[in-house]
Design a protein. Sequence first.
Length: 154
Amino acid sequence: MNISKIASFVFALFLASTPFTATQPAAAHCQIPCGIYNDSARVQSMLEDAATVIKATKMLAELEGKTDAQSNNQSTRWVLNKEQHAQKIIATISDYYLTQRVKPSQADYTERLTRHHAVILAAMKAKQNADSTYATALAESIKALRAYYPGHSH
């Protein structure tokens, strides 16, 4: 038995003998209409993510042409943040809205589907580009969803 197999075996034994205890609340969402989630708050959250994407593109533009280590570090961090926040928007649309709130039984189903898909496409474009035009278009596509989820959006 090689050392890798021994290590895997010991780790498996450790897991089997250790009772599971959560150290933080789970962030998962059950995919049933439980009614405890605030749709308009999710729209607001996506707008906050879009604001981060907008800021990232502005900061990247300010760092353009700078080649020192600190500027390279900051550019990398802004790109990563832009990616993470755009991906979070994609996940919210696909994992929450498209699975639970956009339904074929709705009279305006095609329109809703088109508008939600537009957010995913805008987020993808914002990830691919450092131009703030794409980040702004992302925010606008999210704002278009407010009509479907009125409430406490700002």
